[in-house]
Ligand binder design. Structure first.
Ligand code: ATP
Ligand code: MG
Length: 277
C-alpha cells in the first residue's frame, strides 16, 4: 500500500525513544494515518541491534494484539524507518497520567488483551522481556496492543534459558536477577507474566508498585525490593478475583507463576469475556 517514504507526510512527533523518533504521518494519496519510527543509521551498535530485532519480530508477527507493521524503509547508511498502525490513545503510561487510575473492569479488559498478545508471542517462541505501561499502546476503541520489541528474544529451543540482562530493570522478574532461588524450570516466558502483573497493579494504584509513591527508583533499591521483599499486592478494597489474579501473576518463584493459558481462564479475565467498558 505505501511504497515509498516520499508518499508520506509528517504531521507531528508522537514520542522519542532511545535512538529514534516516532512521527504521526499521513499517506498523501489515501489520507490514511500511520505512525513512523525513524532510527538514525549512525546510532551505536546496541541501538542498531535493537532496531534489527524489532524489525525481525514485527515482520513475523500477525495478531490483532500486536502493533501492526506496514512496511520497513531503509536508506543505507542513513536511517531505518518502521511504518506502523497509528494508535490514537498513546501508551497506557500516558493514559494513566492523563486520565488517572483505571477501574477493575477496564483492567480486566486490558489484561485480557495483553494476555492474548502474549499468548500469540509465546506460541511463536517470542519473549517480549519489556512489558510495561509505556510499551502498551491503546486506541479510542480501548484496543490494547503490545509494542516495542527492541529487547525481545526469539527462543531457538523451547527451553533455552533467557539469560542476557536487558529490559527495564524495574519490571524485571525475581528469576532474572536470581535464577538459583526463583528460577526452577526457568524458561523466560514467565518473566513476561511478572511484568504484566506489575503493570496491571500500577494502573490500579497509580504508581510503580514496588516503590512508595515518589520514591527514587535506583537500581539497588529495585533489586532488593524484587528479590528480598514480598510480592506487591492490591489494597484490601479490591475484589477477591482481582487480588487472586495479581497474586497468580506475581508469584516470585517462576515455576509457581501462572502461565498465559491458565490466566486466560482465571475468573478475573473469564467473567468479563466479551463485555465492553
Ligand atoms: P523506549 O526504548 O524509550 O521505550 P523506543 O525507542 O522503543 O523507546 P517506542 O517505545 O517504540 O520507542 O516509541 C516511543 C513513543 O512513541 C511511545 O512512547 C509512544 O508514545 C509513541 N508511539 C510509538 N509507536 C506508536 C504508534 N504505533 N502509535 C502511536 N504512538 C506511538
Ligand atoms: Mg518504548
Amino acid at each position: 500500500e505505501v511504497d515509498r517514504l516520499s508518499d508520506l507526510e509528517k504531521l507531528k512527533v508522537l514520542g522519542h525513544g532511545n535512538g529514534g523518533t516516532v512521527y504521526q504521518v499521513r499517506h498523501k494519496r489515501t489520507s490514511a494515518i500511520y505512525a513512523l519510527k525513524v532510527v538514525n543509521g549512525d546510532c551505536d551498535t546496541t541501538v542498531r541491534r535493537q532496531i534489527f530485532r524489532e524489525i525481525e519480530i514485527l515482520r513475523r508477527t500477525d495478531s490483532p494484539f500486536i502493533v501492526r507493521c506496514h512496511g520497513i524503509f531503509e536508506k543505507p547508511s542513513e536511517n531505518f524507518s518502521i511504518l506502523m498502525e497509528y494508535m490514537d490513545g498513546g501508551t497506557l503510561d500516558t493514559l494513566l497520567k492523563s486520565h488517572g487510575t483505571l477501574s477493575e473492569l477496564s483492567l480486566s479488559n486490558i489484561a485480557r488483551q495483553v494476555l492474548d498478545g502474549l499468548n500469540y508471542l509465546h506460541s511463536q517462541k517470542i519473549v517480549h522481556r519489556d512489558i510495561k505501561p509505556a510499551n502498551l499502546l491503546v486506541n479510542q476503541k480501548m484496543e490494547v496492543k503490545i509494542a516495542d520489541f527492541g529487547v525481545s528474544k526469539i527462543m531457538c529451543r523451547s527451553l533455552e534459558p533467557c539469560d542476557s540482562y536487558v529490559g527495564t530493570c524495574a519490571y524485571m522478574s525475581p528469576e532474572r536477577f536470581d535464577p538459583d532461588t526463583y528460577g526452577s524450570n526457568y524458561n523466560g516466558y514467565a518473566a513476561d507474566i511478572w511484568s504484566l502483573g506489575l503493570t496491571i497493579l500500577e494502573l490500579y494504584v497509580g504508581h510503580f508498585p514496588l516503590l512508595s509513591a515518589g520514591q527514587r527508583p535506583d537500581w539497588a533499591t529495585l533489586m532488593c525490593a524484587i528479590c528480598f521483599g514480598g510480592p506487591p499486592s492490591l489494597p484490601e478494597s479490591a475484589s477477591e478475583e482481582f487480588k487472586s489474579f495479581i497474586e497468580c501473576c506475581l508469584q516470585k518463584d517462576s515455576s509457581e507463576r501462572w502461565t498465559v493459558s491458565q490466566l486466560l481462564s482465571h475468573p478475573f479475565i473469564a467473567k468479563n469475556q466479551g463485555s465492553e467498558n
